[in-house]
Design a protein around this ligand. Structure first.
Ligand SMILES: NC(=O)c1ccc[n+]([C@@H]2O[C@H](COP(=O)([O-])OP(=O)(O)OC[C@H]3O[C@@H](n4cnc5c(N)ncnc54)[C@H](OP(=O)(O)O)[C@@H]3O)[C@@H](O)[C@H]2O)c1
Length: 246
């Protein structure tokens, strides 16, 4: 199949590209650094020519809910409209477990993105994933300085590689709306994970687990990001991932 990976240069995107190529698919990467802008649509018709399926793992790094909503809504509408023009048969979107339960601006933007994708002209599949093991490293390195402030959050983290493999597997199949959620093997406290990364891999920092304000903070701290029911479970533990990180 010809698979277009929107955000194929990002943390999970690179792994999606690798898994798709390993499975023998013909892959086209969509990113600004590859000459395609998903907010304006520049270069997109050309990139989607001959594509059977789009896997969207693009992202904007922001804590501003309005900025996130504008980005994800625009990107999804742009991809869906261009996908329809190009004859794409399936739109696969990566989302996050708990977007419907934790009223956090970025999550609300992802929930809205799911709705836009599922209502689009190209039939869609949405995969909600738990935080990646890599999220602990991202949380540690996102800001400079000697302190990392991490939301108090209970998560069941999963290897991004296993999420990437599941996205490719879903892309190979028929559109199915909401797919079963994917999480890792065990529920863990995010601040503990960030501390372990700081200790084992670095950079060394003081890691503070801070309760986020309001209903969203309470939901995050009490399991709003844990899988809601049975679904796909990755097998790589956080400890195994950390050992692999070196
Ligand atoms: N991190 C987690 O734990 C986690 C868990 C579950 C789900 N997710 C979801 O996974 C997705 C990917 O996250 P990530 O952390 O892997 O992303 P990331 O590393 O921030 O990568 C973002 C990708 O999007 C591309 N991009 C950004 N703006 C673009 C634009 N205007 N036009 C075209 N491409 C654009 C970037 O390439 P250029 O910069 O070259 O444009 C890059 O390839 C997100 O939707 C996120 O919500 C993340």
């Amino acid at each position: 199949m010809r698979m277009a990976v929107a955000g194929g240069t990002g943390w999970v995107g690179k792994l999606v590209v690798a898994e798709a190529e390993k499975a023998g698919h013909d892959v086209v990467v969509i990113a600004r650094s590859r000459g395609v802008d998903l907010t304006t649509g520049a270069g997109l018709d050309e990139a989607l020519r001959g594509a059977d399926v789009v896997i969207d793992v693009s992202n904007i790094e922001t804590v501003n809910g309005g900025v996130a909503t504008r980005f994800f809504e625009t990107v999804t509408r742009t991809l869906q409209d261009a996908g329809k023009r190009a004859g794409v048969k399936h739109h696969v979107l990566l989302s996050i477990i708990g977007v419907d339960r934790v009223e956090w601006g970025y999550y609300q933007a992802k929930l809205n993105q799911e709705k836009v994708a599922l209502a689009g002209a190209v039939p869609a599949t949405v995969l909600r994933a738990a935080q990646f093991h890599e999220f602990a490293l991202q949380s540690l390195t996102r800001m400079g300085g000697p302190v990392a402030v991490v939301p108090k959050m209970l998560s069941q983290p999963v290897a991004a590689r296993e999420v990437a493999a599941e996205l490719v597997r879903l892309a190979e199949g028929e559109p199915r709306g909401q797919a079963p959620e994917i999480a890792g093997p065990e529920p863990l406290q995010m601040a503990d994970l960030v501390r372990q990364v700081a200790k084992r891999h670095g950079p060394r920092k003081l890691v503070l687990g801070v309760p986020m304000p309001g209903r969203a903070g309470k939901a995050m701290a009490t399991g709003g990001n844990l899988p809601a029911g049975p679904g796909i479970r990755g097998t790589q533990t956080f400890d195994d991932w950390l050992a692999e990180l070196g």
